[in-house]
Design a binder for this molecule. Structure first.
Ligand code: C2E
Ligand code: MN
Ligand code: MN
Length: 405
């Protein structure tokens, strides 16, 4: 029989008195023992954390019930994995309250659990058994997951003042262009300002960037990638875009074409744009393959006043080690890390760490691919202030979309 472990965290919907919590836990303990589920419930006066161990199907079924229980909200899955053996095997469903009513009380609804826990003390819980379940309880008891991060506002990092969103007209000469661009805004929903618009490559029949780029290879690919950006800049200039413009470039396009930066600067100037309005986005995976040449290209961009963003952070290989060596102006957290973050403990821990790290390094963070209000709420709380995603606006072909604030 395969055993599995599930840890979740949630917030009590009501203020609970100690005896009420004990009564509840006794009820849970009986319910869980019937299902061959063991574990532990911890309550800090505000939040619950529950560890459940038992047969996979039974846990899955129980968790479905738990998630719809009106006694708590903000249910976050912290851990969900197969285990070799139980941590709290003979403890039944132990229950402790920590920091209840100001004191460091530890109470329990289970006698055998009580005896063991009182002998050990909460600080020694880890020594009971160095399992992830016990370490997670320890982190919960210390409140590490609920630290508030104060991140400076993005305005501090912007050389150009952000401006309120204007009305845009569609460019009309686009039939002549070999490619199109869809524009998607990056927004600060608190100040209701647009930070920048990202230009996303589109084919004449709305083909995806991957499809278009796959038609080229070798130096032709890099030349096309670079030269297509003049149209992105052109459309942006035609629209009178007052904010920054982000373009995507393969690092190899900057590396293999010797005068790539000069080409961009020439178009920027001709179109009456400023180099400080331009952000070049590079995906982290591509950035590491050719180290020295990559730094050279980045240095040239920065020297020209163009900002550099690491795109899709967390989707590739380099991750934090890349940040140790190279600090971009902006970092965009990949949407795989963002999706469903409001109920995913590991994603929350990773994104908090990235936000804290970027805060220390003075890098502005954008969350990519936000699709739900709950994601935005969580991320705002964690100190992220810039967002890109379908929740605010889908990319609009050759134009600037309406923003759904
Ligand atoms: P990216 O730079 O990360 O761009 C964001 C992609 O995520 C876009 O897909 C956009 O449509 C999509 N997206 C935005 N918000 C959401 C959301 O809420 N949910 C979901 N599911 N998706 C969302 P797109 O336009 O297909 O672009 C894919 C990738 O192609 C881009 O990812 C970028 O890496 C690359 N790309 C785009 N334009 C160019 C270009 O001109 N040159 C190069 N080399 N690559 C480009
Ligand atoms: Mn991008
Ligand atoms: Mn991206």
């Amino acid at each position: 029989m395969s055993l599995s472990l599930l840890v979740y965290r949630s917030r009590s919907t009501k203020q609970l008195k100690k005896d009420r919590v004990v009564a509840m836990s006794k009820h849970f303990a009986a319910r869980n023992r019937d299902r061959d589920i063991t574990g532990m419930l911890v309550f800090d006066g505000d939040y619950f954390m529950q560890v459940l161990e038992g047969p996979r199907q039974k846990i899955t079924a129980l968790y479905e019930l738990i998630q719809t229980d009106p006694r708590h909200e903000e249910v976050v899955t912290v851990l969900d994995e197969p285990i070799y053996r139980r941590t709290f095997d003979d403890w039944g469903l132990g229950f402790i309250v920590i920091n209840d009513e100001g004191g460091n009380q530890i109470i329990s609804s289970d006698l055998s659990f009580d005896n063991q826990l009182y002998k050990l003390g909460l600080d020694n819980l880890k020594q009971v058994d160095e399992t992830r379940a016990s370490m997670i309880i320890d982190a919960f008891a210390k409140g590490r997951w609920r630290e508030a991060y104060t991140v400076p506002s993005d305005e501090l990092y912007l050389d150009l003042p952000e401006q309120a969103l204007p009305e845009f007209n569609k460019a009309d000469s686009l039939g002549l262009y070999p490619v199109n661009f869809a524009f998607q805004p990056i927004v600060n929903p608190v100040s209701k300002l647009v930070t920048s618009a990202e230009a996303l490559l589109r084919g004449p029949n709305n083909e995806s960037p991957a499809e278009i780029l796959s038609r080229y290879s070798g130096i032709d690919l890099y030349r096309f990638d670079l030269e297509s950006k003049q149209y992105a800049l052109q459309i942006a200039a035609d629209m009178g875009l007052p904010c920054c413009i982000s373009v995507n470039l393969l690092p190899m396009s900057l590396i293999t074409i010797p005068d790539a930066v000069d080409f961009l600067l020439d178009r920027i100037e001709r179109l009456g744009l400023s180099s400080e309005q331009i952000i070049v986005e590079i995906t982290e995976e591509e950035a590491i393959t050719n180290h020295d040449a990559f730094y050279g290209a980045v240095t040239r961009l920065r020297a020209a006043g163009i900002k550099v963003a690491i795109d899709d952070f967390g989707a590739g290989f380099a991750g934090l080690s890349l940040l140790a060596e190279f600090q971009p102006d902006k970092l965009k957290i990949d949407r795989k890390l963002i999706q469903g973050i409001q109920s995913n403990g590991p994603k929350q821990a990773i994104v908090r760490a990235v936000v804290e790290c970027c805060y220390s390094l003075g890098i502005s963070v954008t969350a990519e691919g936000v699709e739900q209000a709950a994601e935005v709420d969580w991320l705002l709380e964690a100190g992220v202030s810039k967002f890109q995603g379908f929740f605010f606006a889908r990319p609009a072909l050759n134009s600037f979309p309406e923003i759904n604030w």
